[in-house]
Design a protein around this ligand. Structure first.
Ligand SMILES: [Zn+2]
Length: 501
């Protein structure tokens, strides 16, 4: 067994600590690596690396929820492999809500170490930079332990699509990317610590496993993602292979649920909207059925649909947020309403965001246009008489402009982002569908989904899946929709020079 670093220093056997088992207990009394040898000579510090590397990062989150003050008092442990592919002397973590909220970090250390580490918070407190006392080997795994309190910021009234996905409204608190998330490492560019953007979903993360224990005050209902067990005020969750662990809490939630084809659907409504819970649940159930057929199986056993104080929907893993404003004007019948379309849309993100991940900041069209298309397919399947209404209401009410393939930072406001990504992104896919035919399109999307699930979306993979099923020239379409048109496969570009075989 190796696992001591660095190999060239005198090893202090008494300092050997193995921390392979998952656990949520902070290591304040655990013996850690020693900085002086038996005879008192100084030796380089060693990292208590893990005995085995987890397949994905494993987060253990122990939260005491101070609901009144919107504060999450958290002990967090995360074990993970060195993602950088080389020895590294620094780790970076993301905590977006600290941008407008408050973060109070009490302790940062390598799990198993007696000594806390120094750290810095940068980018408006949303990026935690932790220098390590010794390099973490390229192939080694480590666990980090944190103690911190984060205060979830108050609800903002963002126009269009954007704003924090963690926020406190009058009737509930929603915690999205709220904990210290290991920043993704990009082979080009290093640690990915994106700046906030006021539109879209300015978040990034990798698939991970989660164990969360949330102690809530009496009378507060917690809605967390994944498998739930509850003992009184203690709410426990287990969520595997997820992009994010989100939860919400409220002292007014009303709960309705159903079970269809082995999936447990749970709706959390504010009291005034509970009468619509059944309509939302039916929409979610049908969406899961349709998308399972079109793309692949729903990846979890439970889907939580949670009303929030926001004006819009929001996707998380195994969890969908529906802003209370979406219910405005809904009569409780028919499908010609935002609440139905948005439910179908947000559920589709379980396939296009959760299963097939994508860079939501640099290539937001790669999940949004597919979610939009799913929404349209929902109407075509279940409300064919309303599909034209959907098209006019959401897409063709005016001419939309803008390249679909830009980053969040390049769209000047929410309006231009929606026009380009949500309207023209959909139109691009719909035009492709018309060109190649429904059967080839559906078969290609399914193949692309299967190839890309549990990985990151790639437009080349999407076009390759189409090229395996159709021979058409998509060059004029890609030129009109993309700022940087892709190099298309030869079968989709009339054998253009430089095409992909
Ligand atoms: Zn969306």
């Amino acid at each position: 067994m190796r696992r001591f670093l660095p190999l060239t220093v005198v090893l202090v056997l008494a300092a050997c600590v193995k921390t392979g088992a998952a656990g949520g207990i902070l290591p304040t009394s655990t013996p850690g690596p020693t900085r002086s040898g038996p005879s008192g000579q100084l030796v380089a510090p060693v990292l208590p690396v893990l005995d085995g590397a987890p397949q994905r990062p494993l987060y253990t989150l122990n939260v005491t929820l101070d609901y009144r003050n919107s504060a999450l008092v958290t002990q967090q442990r995360i074990e993970f492999k060195n993602p950088t592919g080389a020895d590294t002397k620094e780790l970076r973590f993301l905590i977006p809500p600290a941008r407008r909220g408050e973060i109070d970090i009490k302790d940062v250390r390598v799990f198993g170490s007696a000594n806390p580490l120094t750290y810095t918070l940068t980018q408006s407190n949303t990026v935690l930079v932790v220098p390590l006392p010794a390099p973490l080997g390229a192939r080694d795994a480590i666990a980090m332990a944190f103690e911190f309190t984060v205060k979830i910021p108050l609800q903002e009234q963002a126009a269009g699509i954007g704003g924090d996905d963690s926020s406190r409204g009058p009737s509930s608190l929603t915690a999205g990317h709220w904990y210290l998330m290991l920043a993704p490492w990009r082979s080009e560019g290093g640690w990915d610590t994106p700046a906030y953007a006021p539109i879209g979903d300015p978040y990034t993360g990798e698939l991970a496993d989660y164990i969360a224990n949330i102690l809530a005050p009496e009378g507060v209902i917690v809605a967390g993602a994944g498998d739930e067990t509850r003992e009184g005020r203690q709410w426990r969750y287990r969520l595997n292979n997820a992009r994010v662990f989100a939860f919400a809490a409220s002292d007014t939630f009303k709960i309705d649920q159903s079970n269809v084809d082995g999936v447990n659907f749970v709706m959390y409504s504010y009291p005034q909207h509970q009468k619509f819970a059944e309509d939302v649940l039916i929409t979610a159930e049908r969406s899961v059925k349709l998308y399972s057929e079109l793309y692949g199986p729903y990846p979890f056993k439970t889907l939580r649909i949670v009303e929030t104080g926001r004006a819009q929907g929001q996707e998380y893993s195994a969890f969908v947020g529906l802003g209370q404003a979406l219910f405005t004007g809904y009569s409780g019948s028919g499908a010609r309403h935002d609440i139905i379309a948005t439910t179908a849309h947000e559920v589709a993100h379980q396939w296009w965001f959760q299963a097939v991940g994508n860079d939501q900041i640099r290539q937001p069209w790669m999940d949004e246009s597919f979610a939009r298309m799913s929404e349209y397919r929902y109407y075509q399947r279940y409300y064919p008489a309303d599909a034209d209404w959907w098209m006019k209401y959401f897409i063709t009410y005016s001419e939309a402009k803008g390249a679909i393939d830009q980053s969040l930072y390049e769209y000047k406001d929410a309006r231009s982002y929606i026009d380009a990504v949500y309207r023209r992104g959909f139109q691009f896919l719909n035009d492709v569908r018309a060109k190649v035919g429904d059967a080839a399109y559906d078969s290609a999307v399914k193949a692309y989904f299967n190839q890309a699930q549990n990985a990151t979306a790639s437009r080349d993979a999407f076009f390759d899946a189409l090229a395996a099923r159709a021979t058409v020239d998509l060059t004029p379409l890609t030129r009109s929709y993309f700022a940087v048109p892709p190099a298309l496969p030869c079968k989709l570009s009339n054998n253009a020079a430089g095409c992909r075989r």
